[in-house]
Design a protein around this ligand. Structure first.
Ligand code: COA
Length: 434
């Protein structure tokens, strides 16, 4: 048995054994959804419930339900600090129980480095190789910054986690203790794109040139684009999130990565979220590089790619071109993620374009997502001077380089027809249209 397997045996304990090493007041962190160890966190929550420890904090992004500490009774004893509200934390954020960081995704590692205040990091990893390395699997993101800033490193080894390649490895020598938990990893259900998403996907696809390098964000349009782009040639992938759409585009031959300006012949990503099909595709696949988010989402790195095309979703946009994608009024909904990183990077890329997509209406068609002014308190995710194209099922409004009047006209043209008269009236009231 190699020395590393001996070390593994010596460090192997249970989730409860790891929880026993956590002290009151610890500031902890975990990667997103499938990287956040359920067993360890629930074992810590049990100790908190028994009154053995308190004042624990854990930093998390896109946290999914299933962890006891998310229950309201843990408030003040075991708290989550959110970096992006996910299904497990959104309600807590809206109720004020869960505080959050407002940071572009590319800068998460920078903030961990600046704060340098982590006591412990907990991570799900794939099984160790013969050299003593664990892969962080579908999540890289800010993992390395957590590891370099944490005093104690604890792992939950899951044989179902795909083994991926890039800058995403933890060595057994850095680990204090580990446990094993082979629970199935979280999957994002694949739902067929709606008719609206299909139309949006087709409008965007018309503007994507062959040989472009693409980033596609989370949401319904992602699936639609997977289909709409299938006729393109020699696309490349450089994306925050690697998803089912990317696998479809690779399998149908539209993505070859051959013409990328950098990282030729490889897809680059910082995390993956999708169905089992995507996790299977990633497993032991050297053609997908998982790199830290401060590299992947760095606008200067994005801009190094010629013809960079970025596609993300928004919640609402106003006549000025200000895009809110993270709150409903002042009520938090998600987070900025990497949206602005890509809007900025695509703008700086030679031949690059960025698209913010949204259905023209929300709440069963009762409200327009194109507004004269954003809802009171809405967070601006993408600044008006950086936003390029807004897309709805009625077309594309090209805003960059346009006056406010031109922007307003272009946006009203892609609003739902039943709101166009009202929007025109508002624009006249504001002296934007005369
Ligand atoms: N006013 C009020 N409510 C609105 C609204 C608006 N303008 N727009 C949407 N909503 C409601 C919807 O009706 C829906 O409510 P419901 O769940 O009760 O039906 C909810 O808000 C979510 O809207 P939806 O359009 O379904 O959101 P989504 O799941 O497609 O996500 C974003 C869209 C913008 C929230 C998401 O893409 C995001 O968080 N983006 C920011 C981060 C980012 O872009 N990262 C980049 C790469 S991954």
């Amino acid at each position: 048995m190699s020395n590393f397997f001996q070390m593994y045996k010596e460090k192997l304990t249970t989730a409860e054994g790891i929880a026993d090493l956590i002290k009151s007041g610890y500031n902890c962190a975990s990667p997103i959804c499938m990287g956040e160890p359920t067993d360890i966190l629930n074992a810590i929550a049990s100790r908190v419930s028994r009154g053995e420890i308190s004042g624990i904090k854990t930093n998390g992004t896109l946290v999914f339900p299933g962890k006891d500490y998310l229950k309201p009774e843990f408030s003040g004893k075991f708290d989550c600090l959110s970096w992006f509200f996910g299904p497990g934390t959104r309600k807590g954020g809206q109720d004020g129980r869960i505080d959050y960081f407002s940071v572009n995704y590319s800068e998460f590692p920078r903030v961990y480095d600046l704060r340098n205040d982590l006591d412990a990091v907990f991570m799900v990893v794939s099984p160790m190789d013969e050299h003593g390395y664990f892969s962080t699997g579908p999540y890289c993101g800010e993992s390395l910054s957590m590891l370099r800033n944490a005093k104690h490193v604890f792992l939950e080894v899951n044989k179902f986690l795909p083994r991926t390649f890039g800058e995403n490895f933890v060595h057994i020598s850095k680990v204090e203790a580990l446990c094993e938990n082979d629970e199935p990893i979280i999957e994002l259900p694949v739902t067929p794109p709606s008719e609206t998403d299909q139309k949006i996907g087709e409008f965007i696809a018309e503007m994507v040139p062959n040989e472009a390098t693409i980033q596609i964000g989370i949401g319904g349009v992602s699936g639609a684009l997977g289909k709409a782009l299938s006729g393109k040639k020699d696309l490349g992938v450089h994306t925050e999130m690697f998803s089912d759409a990317m696998v479809e585009l690779i399998e149908c031959g539209a993505v070859t990565n051959e013409k990328k300006t950098i990282h030729k012949r490889q897809s680059v990503s910082t995390f993956c979220f999708g169905s089992k099909k995507v996790y299977d595709y990633l497993n032991n696949n050297p053609s997908v590089l998982m790199l830290p988010v401060d590299y992947v989402n760095d606008p200067y790195i994005i801009a190094k790619h010629d013809k960079f095309i970025s596609v993300n979703a928004g919640l609402e946009v106003d006549f000025f071109g200000q895009v809110c994608s993270e709150s409903i009024g002042y009520i938090p909904f998600s987070g900025p993620g990497g949206q602005f990183d890509y809007v900025k990077g695509a703008k700086m890329s030679r031949g690059g374009r960025s698209f913010i997509s949204m259905p023209s209406t929300a709440k069963g068609g009762s409200i327009s997502k194109i507004k004269s002014v954003l809802a009171s308190g809405a967070s601006i995710t993408s600044h008006k001077n950086e936003v390029d194209c807004i897309v709805t099922e009625y077309g594309v409004a090209e805003l960059y380089g346009k006056t406010i009047r031109e922007r307003t006209k272009a946006l009203i043209n892609i609003a739902h027809p039943k709101f166009r008269e009202e929007l025109t009236f508002e624009a006249k009231k504001m002296n934007i249209l005369i």
